[in-house]
Design a protein around this ligand. Structure first.
Ligand code: SF4
Length: 312
């Protein structure tokens, strides 16, 4: 029987960014160097598949340092940690290896610089996300305010004689964040922002690629875990750009076949913490049901890599 035809537009770049790649390598190298088990505070990156694979290799993921025996270093996740966490590790006699993405650390440095200059800091980000908790924890509580949307930017109450600066989470929607920053600039024309934007290159490129393909697709599948900020943003960008059938799925087992009926063009991408194997498996499953014409649509060629911590 003839299979129906389908075009798959594969977004590039997709999947692992340099920060995720580095964080996973840190865990793997630590397991090799110190032997299993190696404790990691929080999921090293927000992806179920990655976490499971590392668990099989000997990683143990915990939320509290007090659950970790001494003797081997604990690893801090790519999202970054508040300052009190390394301090707590020292008190517990634990050494640590910091797998915080250097681009998150850059935001921490900015926040600390603003604080030292006596500026009130506005953080644009999502409440409760570990990166936001980590960034807020770089400075005393009353020196940073979190806002999540334009409405909150409009309702900010800051003293007009205060020097104000803003920083952002690295994995936000480019367009929504621009609107929030514009609102802040209208209300506080002297507000100081980063010299280069805080939303990272990987988030930017993945969203730009989705903008390019979403208009041409009947459906869009993003591979990523439900707690992955940048993967969720890709789905939102897809919907905003006109592809209402945009889905976040963990892996091929969650492909929403019913909702893909009569589809002619499928967009496909993955969040910055999703391994490429998950994309390949979706394409394989599509090939079993459809006569697939695969086309990669590229907006950028990423060559960035980050050095590993010196201890490794
Ligand atoms: S998404 Fe950006 S900030 Fe986050 S780990 Fe990757 S490169 Fe770093």
């Amino acid at each position: 029987m003839n299979k129906p035809s389908i075009s798959i537009l594969l977004a590039k770049p997709r999947g692992f960014c340099a920060g995720v790649d580095r964080a996973i390598t840190v865990v793997e190298k630590a397991i090799k160097k110190y032997g299993p088990p190696i404790y990691v505070r929080h999921e090293i990156v927000h992806n179920e598949h990655v976490v499971k694979e590392l668990e099989e290799k000997g990683a143990i993921f915990v939320e509290e340092l007090s659950n970790i025996p001494t003797g081997k270093p604990v690893i801090f996740s790519a999202h970054g940690v508040p300052k009190k966490i390394p301090e707590e590790a020292k008190k517990l006699n634990l050494s640590y290896i910091d797998a915080t993405c250097p681009l998150v650390s850059k935001v921490h440095t900015e926040a600390i610089r603003h604080y030292k200059k006596g500026r009130k800091i506005v953080l644009i980000g999502h409440a409760g996300h570990p990166e936001v908790i980590g960034t807020m924890g770089q400075v005393p509580q009353d020196s940073m305010l979190l806002i999540q949307n334009v409405e909150e930017a409009k309702n900010l109450h800051l003293e007009s004689n205060e020097e104000i600066a803003y920083v952002t989470q690295t994995t936000l929607s480019l367009d929504e964040t621009s609107e929030i920053i514009e609102t802040l600039k209208i209300r506080y024309p002297k507000i100081i922002g980063p010299s280069k934007k805080d939303i990272c290159y990987a988030t930017t490129n993945r969203q730009e690629a989705i903008k390019l393909i979403a208009k041409k697709c009947d459906s869009l599948i993003i591979l990523g875990s439900s707690n992955s900020s940048n993967a969720k943003r890709l789905v939102e960008v897809g919907i905003k750009e006109g592809c209402r059938n945009s889905f976040l799925i963990n892996n091929k087992d969650n492909i929403p076949w019913e909702r893909l009926k009569n589809m002619k063009t499928l967009g496909l991408s993955s969040g910055a913490s999703s391994p490429e194997i998950l994309v390949e498996e979706v394409i394989d499953d599509m090939t079993k049901r459809y006569d697939v014409n695969l086309e990669e649509i590229a907006v950028a060629n990423e060559t960035i890599t980050f050095n590993l911590p010196r201890t490794l």
